[in-house]
Design a protein around this ligand. Structure first.
Ligand code: NAD
Ligand code: ZN
Length: 252
């Protein structure tokens, strides 16, 4: 039998024996579902101007912003499905191996994979919020009938319920994520560049409180040389699957 990669074996052991393991995920975990990250090669910002996600620009240029937002997020997200990384995390949550997932993603793929304890740090594209009456609406086909959608209750402007530049992190998510980071004894950083603030503070807080930090990423990140204890290079779907297999091999 082939000897297991010692780094993967170490990760499997650490994750399994942690009492409060938290997964912290970024755009990279969804790359293999066909959703490009914002930055880097093939990133969304190579094609679109980030100003369309600036809250002031959005309010003042409602029609134009919606046109870009529809193209970036909705035309694109509709036929995307969870990959093996999302599915492995869902299994680990079910088995009690990980306690919480903090995600920066807005694509709903953790939830579609069956994860329940997901903290949506940046919100979720599947919901819209009315900027006038504050009611929430699920994204359905009617949203795209008109040029830019209007609130069915008050005709107000509808904004995707993820945070735009210039907006604060939702209070509940911020509180819960901080609590999870402070209490974690192990944090798995998956497909997150560490360039987005304040989300990038959460792994720092976990590390400061003594959590063991495992990074799964195709590349080096801002976290790698500062807080990471074990860096696993490669695609998250492949690496998480390999770790899960090692865990299964050691099951009775
Ligand atoms: P990022 O775009 O800044 O970085 C993505 C990271 O993923 C990089 O470090 C890259 O090396 C890594 N990566 C790429 N492919 C990978 C793979 N197959 N396996 C493992 N790692 C891989 O992403 P970010 O740090 O999450 O920050 C961008 C912000 O943009 C986030 O806050 C998020 O809200 C938002 N965003 C979300 C989505 C989404 O919901 N899927 C997509 C794009 C951007
Ligand atoms: Zn309204």
């Amino acid at each position: 039998m082939q000897k297991p990669n010692p780094f993967l074996a170490e990760a499997a052991l650490r994750i399994k024996s942690a009492k409060h393991a938290v997964a912290f995920t970024g755009a990279g975990i969804s790359a293999e579902s066909g959703i490009p990250p914002f930055r880097g090669e093939g990133g969304i910002w190579n094609t679109y101007d980030p100003i369309v996600l600036d809250i002031r620009y959005f309010i003042n240029n409602y029609e134009a912003s919606w046109k870009a937002i529809k193209a970036i997020f909705y035309d694109f997200l509709s036929d995307k499905y969870p990959n093996n990384a999302h599915k492995t995390l869902a299994t680990w949550e079910l088995e009690g191996i990980i306690q919480t997932i903090i995600t920066q993603n807005i694509d709903n793929l953790h939830q579609e994979a069956g994860c329940i304890k997901v903290i949506e740090y940046h919100g979720n594209a599947q919901r819209l919020i009315c900027l006038d009456c504050q009611n929430y609406f699920e994204v359905k086909q009617w949203v795209f009938h008109a040029k830019a959608p209007r609130c069915p209750k008050c005709n107000g402007k509808l904004k995707p319920d993820f945070i735009f530049f210039g907006e604060r992190i939702p209070e509940q998510a911020s509180f819960k994520a901080l609590e999870a980071a402070e209490n974690s004894d192990l944090m798995l950083l998956i497909g997150a560049s560490g360039e987005v603030s304040p989300a990038n503070q959460l792994p720092m807080i976990a590390a400061r409180n003594g959590a063991y930090i495992i990074e799964v990423n195709t590349e080096k990140t801002l976290f790698t040389s500062s807080i990471v204890d074990l860096a696993l290079r490669g695609s998250s779907a492949k690496i998480l699957h390999q770790i899960a297999e090692l865990m299964n091999d050691t099951k009775e």
